[in-house]
Design a protein. Structure first.
Length: 212
């Protein structure tokens, strides 16, 4: 049998390759088709781990956000792990595709809860992408954030939170923005809390405030 570390390394190489191939193939077309405008620069440190957190407007949010990143910074963040609803992983074909793209099921992985699996990903130097509310935003309804993003920050010593806001021009009543609708990606400043109370909810609320 192969050592677990070797298998993990090979898996990461595969995911990095798939994510880089998707970026090369889709970043420019998505920028053009959805008129993506990035506001703010990514100031990434080499020795840090990153938790990308954003509001959740549509199912295309991760693709639109990452396609707005410059190639150098995108490659620095690889591989990226996306916390993904288990219902998207039910079909064998979609499951194989999404796992190859770095998705981690909310149902957990190999008997581990999803946050524990993502904590290990951060420890290995990977990036975690998480939506604090855990679901797509509903118009007129403000979803309270969950504490997962703060838990990951607390458990990973070198992790920084990168708040991101995605805004789509016009009304969006479908599961995806309309072509040429205009998408603004606002990149905030990375940060990390210094203390963690027993109740993490106030810090989770603060993260959402930083997202905007």
């Amino acid at each position: 049998m192969y050592p677990a570390r070797y298998l993990s390394t090979m898996k990461n190489i595969w995911i990095k390759s798939c994510q880089l191939a998707a970026y090369v193939a889709l970043a420019l077309p998505l920028r053009v088709l959805f008129k993506i405008e990035r506001i703010g620069d990514l100031d990434l440190e080499q020795e840090k781990r990153y938790i990308l957190c954003s509001n959740h407007s549509t199912c295309l949010d991760p693709f639109l956000i990452l396609s707005s990143f410059p190639r150098k910074e995108f490659m620095q963040l690889l591989p990226v792990r996306f916390i993904t609803s288990h219902r998207y992983l039910g079909n064998p074909l979609s499951r194989a595709l999404l796992l190859s793209m770095g998705c981690v099921s909310t149902a957990g992985h190999r008997g581990k809860k999803v946050l524990c699996a993502c904590k290990e990903s951060l420890t290995r130097g990977e990036t975690v992408f998480i939506f604090p509310t855990g679901r797509v935003d509903k118009p007129g309804l403000k979803e309270p954030p969950k504490v997962g993003v703060v838990y990951l920050e607390r458990e990973a010593d070198k992790a920084l939170i990168l708040p991101i806001r995605i805004d789509i021009a016009g009304e969006c009543d479908r599961s995806a923005p309309r072509l040429f609708s205009g998408v603004k990606i606002r990149i905030g400043k990375t940060f990390r809390h210094t203390t963690y109370p027993k109740d993490l909810q106030p810090l989770a609320d603060e993260v959402m405030e930083r997202i905007g």
